[in-house]
Design a binder for this molecule. Structure first.
Ligand code: ADP
Ligand code: MG
Length: 253
């Protein structure tokens, strides 16, 4: 579902943030992207969303080379992705509900259908009773859950999260990871960057570690874990996130 083939990324400053990076993430797989600050984690995630372009190599998402996508095709790519940014990007001049609804408005959903989806997404992250609140009134953990609701409201098949537990205490971080695990259970493909030792220690999933822009290691943490397996569940949870279990595009509008 995601494939990096000898990818290098040099910023205009001349700094080479990624060097010859290759890996594949199968449909329904969950992996952590770890590494020290500056290792290239955010850059790698931005290449998947075509926010940045590689200088060499190719990045395939759903078998499409997103490194060469024309700007007109970008909305289609972005609709198949849910992205949780490191810096939240919440809008503090509107309500929790409106923040989550925004991606659907952009897609042109009618109000009734979008309201249904927004409430389903808020319910999924336990924020249904805060829909009228302003995000500023939420705790750090709740703001992060709001970001997750906004990222999943389009029912994407792939979820990218950039240090989602970065500023949270252990209890909130665990809550967030449980939400991600529940998406994994229903077949969503997840790539989550983190340098949170607690998250990595307790995890049984695949960890791809970057060091100074190169892959240092890429391994499942535990032989009995489910890393690398494709989730097969088709329960109602999956139905919430992806319209069709076989659709690589998710329920893009
Ligand atoms: N837009 C940019 N222009 C120049 N250098 C950048 C830019 N974004 C990131 N970098 C550099 O690339 C390296 C990798 O950054 P990043 O991908 O943000 O790492 P991480 O997310 O692992 O902390 C860092 O040294 C950073 O300073
Ligand atoms: Mg980063």
């Amino acid at each position: 579902m995601i494939s990096f083939n000898q990818v290098s990324k040099r910023y205009p400053s001349g700094f080479e943030a990624l060097k010859n990076v290759s890996f594949r993430l199968a449909q329904g797989e969950m992996a952590y992207l770890s590494g020290h600050s500056g290792a290239g984690k955010s850059t790698l995630l931005k290449l998947i969303a075509a926010i940045e372009r590689p200088n060499a190599g190719s990045v395939l998402v759903n078998n499409k080379n997103v490194s060469v996508l024309k700007s007109a095709a970008l909305p289609y790519l972005r609709r198949s992705l849910g992205i949780i940014f490191q810096d939240h990007k919440l809008l503090f001049d509107r309500s929790v509900f409106d923040n989550v609804q925004l991606p659907l408005q952009i897609c042109g959903f009618d109000h009734k259908e979008s309201a249904k989806r927004v409430r389903a997404a808020l319910d999924k992250v336990g924020l249904l009773n805060r829909e009228k609140a302003n995000p500023i009134a939420l705790s750090g953990g709740e703001q992060q859950r709001l970001c997750i609701a906004r990222a999943i409201v389009n029912r994407p098949a792939i979820l990218l999260a950039d240090e989602p537990t970065g500023n949270l205490d252990a209890e909130y971080a665990e809550e967030i990871m449980k939400i991600f695990n529940s998406f994994h259970q229903v077949g969503v493909t997840l790539l989550i960057s983190t340098h949170d030792a607690a998250v990595l220690q307790n995890s049984q999933v695949r960890v791809i570690t970057l060091k100074q822009g190169e892959i240092q290691s890429d391994a499942a943490r535990c032989a009995t874990g489910d890393a690398g397996q494709t989730a097969t569940s088709t329960d109602s949870g999956r139905a919430f996130l992806t319209k069709s279990p076989n659709s690589a595009e998710g329920a893009a509008c």
